[in-house]
Design a protein around this ligand. Structure first.
Ligand SMILES: [Zn+2]
Length: 80
């Protein structure tokens, strides 16, 4: 049974719309496909980087939803 692992990169644009690029491994290559516009390409290395680049250039989607937790100005850290 062949192993197919898929992953995705999702970014939001400044209007809060989500864009997803799917990355699928096929042998040595990885196929990258944008769920929004149908763009696709292949990459042997760093497919996530290509996905990000596409999202930025084509959709101006630069906000990483997994990176939204901003260290808040919460309770002060106690000093020793
Ligand atoms: Zn796209």
């Amino acid at each position: 049974m062949p192993q197919i692992d898929t992953s995705k990169v999702s970014r939001w644009d400044l209007h809060g719309r989500e864009y997803v690029v799917h990355i699928r491994r096929t042998g040595l290559q990885r196929t990258i496909r944008c769920a929004t516009c149908g763009w696709r390409t292949g990459a042997r290395f760093l497919p996530w980087l290509k996905a990000q680049e596409h999202l930025t250039r084509a959709h101006q989607a630069t906000v990483d939803p997994s990176n939204r937790r901003v260290p808040s100005a919460g309770p002060p850290v106690p000093d020793h």
